[in-house]
Design a protein around this ligand. Sequence first.
Ligand code: MSP
Length: 651
Amino acid sequence: MTVRYFTTPIYYVNDVPHIGHAYTSLATDTLTRWYRLCGDEVRFQTGTDEHGLKIEQAARKTGISPKEHADRYSAPFRKLWDFLDVVPDKFIRTTDADHEAVVCDIWRRMEAQGDIYLGKYEGWYSVGDEAYFTEDELVDGKSPSGHEVSWVVEPSYFFRMSKYGDRLLEFLNTHPDFVRPASRQNEIVSFVKQGLQDISISRTTFSWGIPVPDADGHVIYVWVDALTNYISGLGGPGAELYNKFWPHVTHLIGKDIIRFHAVYWPCILMSAGLPLPEHIFAHGWWRHDGEKMSKTKGNVVDPWKIAGKYGPDVFRYFVLREVSFGADGDFSEKGLCGRINGDLANGYGNLFNRTLGMLARYRNGVVPNPGEDENAAELKQRIAEVQRELSQAMDELAFHKALAAIWSVIAVADKYVDSSAPWTLAKNEKTDATARQKLDAVLYNLCETLRILGVWTLAFLPRKAKALLDRLNVPEDLRNVASTLSFGAFKAGTTVQTEGEALFPRVEMPAETEATPAAPAAPAPAAKKAEKKAKKAEPEPPPAEIDFSDFAKLDLRVAKIIAAERHPDADRILKLTVDAGDPEPRTICSGIAEAYAPEDVVGRSVILVANLAPRKIRGIMSYGMLLCGGEGKTTTLATVPADLKPGTRVS
Ligand code: MSP
């Protein structure tokens, strides 16, 4: 049995999860599901990266401990994975005591090799990137990603990485598919050829980290700490899980952190006397409607919102189908809806509906005997070819190719229905035994094709494919890749549930939207009157009942209003600056100006809906909403006692 281990990066606890995080986790979960369907023993690990200056600073600002901050920001990742059907075997946190112990063990191993020495570090440090930069690397005086940098001099332990350059180069030469896609391997080879520098691996300027063993005042630099998660999550060198799964690992990462994974990590492992990972795959980045995503622009794609609206399966399908895994992608709601209506509703869903409809009409929902049908040769041949294409595509992490191959079977199956004309066979079968037998064969072949499609898509559309197989009453032992290797495993005589919900309902294409949502236009007075009248005549129904998971999506927090002014373009709105426990204060546009003057609200502790999608209100971006009661002049802010610190969760 093949043993495989897949990992995502561990995500920083300084941000709520966005499409970039969801992308790696969905891809990793899909691989895990796929290889399990192939019968392999697979382990999947993800988690959160919780140490470092940035976390310490953010926590200090909120008045809570770094650990409390980490708890607060780690939880949404777990919740999102639950919601997206991402099911890791291990969710690691770098604040876990057993992780910390393995990090210290690795440090000692490196030290024992004479690879760690005390020196002085000076350089341009960016808190935002948690990294130092050389003068040459700065862009307009900032880090390459646009963060502020400052000159820092501190005593620091160094890792003699320079010692491992030649060994790493040799390893890269003998393992041409260590880093994928191939272009990334070339990039790393060129980098290593220039010669490796020693790297600073401890800090004294902050304390939120794992203490360096036997060295007062030093904490271990975040990357040594973070990268070690991949083996500490297995219990560390010598542990049972480690012995089983290491080094049969593929690290899935984004392209921005490739150097840490393909250079630092192998050198650390060589120094610690441990084997190197089998593969590292760097995927591309997502943009949104053609633009780079950023919090300030307010255009970050929120997986909760999109998957909540369209379903977790179709979100997964879209991100994996839309672009090749190593390339950058552009997310647009329109593009997503196009795929839902095209590939899913018109393609997969329609084949399913057609087949079940005919099975109900012509055979009372019972799968008939296979029989012979030479017309099915093309379909069977395509399925056999796709079987091979699919395995190869998955081995290359080419999800888009795998899906394109699966969908080619749907196209051939559609053609098969049209050319077989089952409706004509049904007309003739009473008098013509050949027509009867042929109709049996057509219906059987279609049901078997759907079963095979269902199995193949279990990793890509976990809920929908399961629903499809359930409707077909496919037994457990026919829900694996081995059962699809030869056509014809589906049992004749199986009763299928021909009635049921549409698998992929069509969706309405979103209306043209601006890149950032504009403030809703105020209704004209006449329209307002009519609206009020209509409201009186027909009382609004109470909002629909929600369950706890819906409520749990709300990030309700205590926020303190630190500044207020009137909105320059809207009489009823105050522009507020609030401290909500984030690293930076937020701007909130709140419709309370008829009830409060700006000076009335400064200093108040209020309740903020912190994860409401940012929106532009008459030209000013607003990042959340304050809870209030009443309306117009009687509006009252929901306040909380001042001893509740900004950022405190309200639930
Ligand atoms: N904590 C480090 C990783 C340590 S792994 C030992 C880290 N965390 S992160 O939260 O900032 O980023 C996690 C991942 O999200 C990275 O792989 C990064 O490439 C990915 N993405 C961040 N923005 C992205 C997009 N817009 N699109 C796709 N992925 C992106 O780095």
